[in-house]
Design a protein around this ligand. Structure first.
Ligand SMILES: Nc1nc2c(ncn2[C@@H]2O[C@H](COP(=O)(O)OP(=O)(O)OP(=O)(O)O)[C@@H](O)[C@H]2O)c(=O)[nH]1
Length: 148
């Protein structure tokens, strides 16, 4: 697995390059900064424009859960946004190893990996099914030729 931590201030071309490169995304906002939460929706819109096929593996992550006293974005708001984007949601603290806060970082990465694998398995099945269909069609053609 390769992890790219984007700078957050990259230009559109850089952003597009990163989006094309990646198989999955963790979108992180700061629960003590409503502005960072508001940035998620347009970023997801941009991702949908750039990425084919759509519905790429995605996890929404609210960071800095250790700073509860400074919270600006509720857990429910995070959950609602994740439901809208049809993705998993966690809150975490990159600065705390406490159970229930620090655990979210690892869990977010695990969930993203699981989702990437699930999508690949589904795509693999589709590809296998379609190649079987091609073989069947070719055999049918041959049989038709032979019988005519
Ligand atoms: N209390 C607390 N502080 C955090 C947490 N995560 C990051 N920080 C602090 O927030 C500041 C910014 O962290 P960065 O990792 O540079 O954030 P970033 O989003 O990667 O910033 P860019 O490089 O601009 O993209 C630093 O001072 C971190 O120590 C957290 O979970 N809890």
């Amino acid at each position: 697995m390769e992890i790219l931590d984007t700078a957050g201030q990259e230009d559109v071309l850089q952003k597009e390059g990163h989006m094309r490169w990646a198989d999955g995304f963790i979108m992180v906002y700061d629960i003590t900064d409503r502005g960072s939460f508001k940035d998620v929706t347009p970023l997801k819109g941009f991702l949908d424009e750039v990425k084919r096929p759509k519905h790429i593996p995605l996890v929404l992550l609210g960071n800095k859960a250790d700073l509860e006293h400074a919270r600006q974005v509720s857990t429910e708001e995070g959950e609602r946004l994740a439901a809208e984007m049809a993705c998993a949601f966690y809150e975490c603290s990159a600065c705390s190893d406490l159970v229930g806060t620090g655990g979210g970082v690892a869990e977010a990465f695990h969930e993203l990996c699981r989702e990437v694998r699930r999508r690949r398995a589904v795509q693999g099945k589709t590809r296998r099914r379609s190649s079987t269909t091609h073989v069947k069609q070719a055999i049918n053609k041959m049989l038709t030729k032979i019988s005519s």
